[in-house]
Ligand binder design. Sequence first.
Ligand code: PHE
Length: 449
Amino acid sequence: MADANPTVHRAHWNSRLGFILAAAGSAVGLGNIWRFPYLAGENGGGAFLVLYLAIAFTLGVSVLLAELAIGRLGQRNPVGAMRALAGGPWTAAGYLGTATAFLVLSFYSVVGGWTLAYIVKSATGTLGGESAEAAKLVFGALVGGAAEPVIYHGLFMALTAAIVLRGVGGGIEAANKWLMPALFLLLVVLVLRAVTLPGAAKGLAFYLTPDFSKVTPATVVAALSQAFFSLSVGLGAMITYGSYLDRRGGNLPRSAFWITGIDCSVAVLGGLLIFSAVFAFGHDPAAGPGLTFVTLPTVFHQMPGGALFAVAFFLLLALAALTSAVSLLEVAVAYLVDERAMPRRRATLGLGLAVFFAGIPSALSLGPWSSYTLYGRGVMDLLDDLTVKVMIPLGGIVLSLFVGWILADRAAAALAGPARPLWLRAWIAMCRYVAPAAIGWVMVAGLWG
Ligand code: PHE
């Protein structure tokens, strides 16, 4: 076997549950409650939901398992794992993922900063929940500013770095253990309030009745790239988390399904919450990236004890975003620690600062720099498109091909011993042919269409 040498001192998860919750913590984040609802709103609702779920449970879960297997076998960051397992041009896939993670984090942290700002607004009763118009003004004033978006982005990056500094078992695993269940519970309470609002039924119909006549190639690209983004695949975050598993422990396919199930449940709940409220209060479902931030305040306004719920919700959303940001930063930190022998502290602080500076144009792109556009899109939108619609699917293709063609036997032996059960053969065929062809086709049709 040409496996990597076992890295004796590498940190590992303390338990299998801890690993699943940490991976689910990476998956569940702004993607579920901020990005998913506004994309569904822009892409016709129900049909988008169906496409999204179908893709997550076929292509998504396969690529997720592929990444976890690469990580567990390679015992290193994406660059090091690819180099150790195959080397040559495959190593480039590791660099592509690491660069993608860096770029995604630069704008993800800006939105994470908005959630921090909304904790403050809900604590001080200035969310503007009295009407849809008031809520829009509050959001517009925040993202249109010059100082606030940058300061909150900096604060969010500082918090992310603080968790990453403490390492895998202590920081990352510990934070996720209580966070995931708490977020889930609060979300259920909010959904119950939202779906019983007068007028919510129209929102539920929009969200749950698929109208496939509205599906275009662009819708499919949006659903596919959102499914990958939400599952944290395509850029090596799951390789990195898989590398902190020990060689033999755990049932990886089962973990992959759990992570996918948790992630999709939170997205489905997020959609129920947002669309009930969108229609109950007369918001515009196609409002774009501000949708969650302008819709929720109007829901809280209608709840007894709404102020308290608002603080709790934005706190949990910020924390969920943090646990995702942590996994993005960890990709690049693990690279510097493993490959460049840099102390974790130096790597984390240096990269945290670099991401902060890289994110400033995004933070300003809805305010003072909103006139810098290309094809009518500002810096943040362009970065989002480039990373999520192009770099992540590309990463998904390369990693699938890698597992399907290069790692298949070793991965099969690691996952199933000498047996070749049906699911295993299906997964390998998925990685070899189906996933690369399907992702490639969707990208070409969508981006050139
Ligand atoms: N999955 C995270 C979310 O939905 C974002 C993310 C993408 C995290 C890629 C890590 C890697 O919020």
